[in-house]
Design a binder for this molecule. Structure first.
Ligand code: FE2
Ligand code: FE2
Length: 211
């Protein structure tokens, strides 16, 4: 695999960490309890550590490539839901971080770098903790939202994710792009959707009606 393609792929993990850090700073003053604020402060320290680890790794590999469109959107604040902060938490903790963990897993299969694998081994327990914090918070408070807002958040997330996935595919190395067709996208979104249903954002019936 050409070095440039590898750098482009791994750089996205770095930009994902930067986007998550920015969103946690945004959310910190918007959550309702002190315990949630403290959890976000802990997460901010984790994400900063992850950023440093990826930066060191990428510097060893040679360079940091620019963010792909989906992550540029997150860095531009497009993962901020204009209504309840719960919408933003779903976007960041469930969608962005959930996708991040899956990408780490994909890279583990695709790229035979032992150092990258060991980095992911050290980062993934943190990410799993962040995702579970987001899921618990959403499950606890989702009942405060109207059905209209829940469904609007669901629609927004699906559009955001699909648009990002499509735009980013165009930028990916051909080697990776070939394994990510329409079916890949539908299956991947279906997995996110199952998490959204389990967390209580929408019911299965509501996803069918929203479609
Ligand atoms: Fe992280
Ligand atoms: Fe995280």
């Amino acid at each position: 695999m050409p070095r440039h393609a590898y750098v482009t792929a791994v750089s996205q993990l770095y930009h994902g960490e930067l986007a998550t850090l920015a969103m946690c700073r945004h959310l910190k003053d918007r959550v309702s309890t002190l315990a949630d604020r403290e959890a976000l402060e802990g997460q901010i320290a984790d994400e900063q550590r992850h950023i440093d680890i990826y930066r060191d790794y990428l510097e060893r590999v040679g360079d940091i490539a620019p963010p792909e469109p989906a992550l540029q959107a997150a860095l531009d604040g497009r993962y901020v839901w204009q209504g309840s902060p719960l919408g933003t938490i779903v976007a960041v903790h469930l969608l962005l971080e959930g996708e991040g963990l899956r990408v780490q897993n994909d890279y583990g299969h695709w790229f035979p770098c032992r150092l990258l694998k060991s980095i992911h081994g050290s980062i993934s327990p943190d990410e799993a903790r962040h995702i579970s914090f987001g899921r618990r918070l959403v499950a606890r408070e989702i009942g405060t939202l109207s059905q209209e807002e829940r469904i609007a958040i669901y629609r927004w997330l699906e559009a955001l994710w699909r648009e990002g996935a499509r735009a980013s595919q165009a930028d990916l190395p051909a080697l990776i792009r070939v394994s990510m067709g329409r079916r890949w996208m539908d299956e991947r979104w279906a997995r996110h959707e199952r998490v959204l249903i389990r967390t209580g954002l929408v019911s299965e019936d509501e996803t069918r009606r929203a479609a």
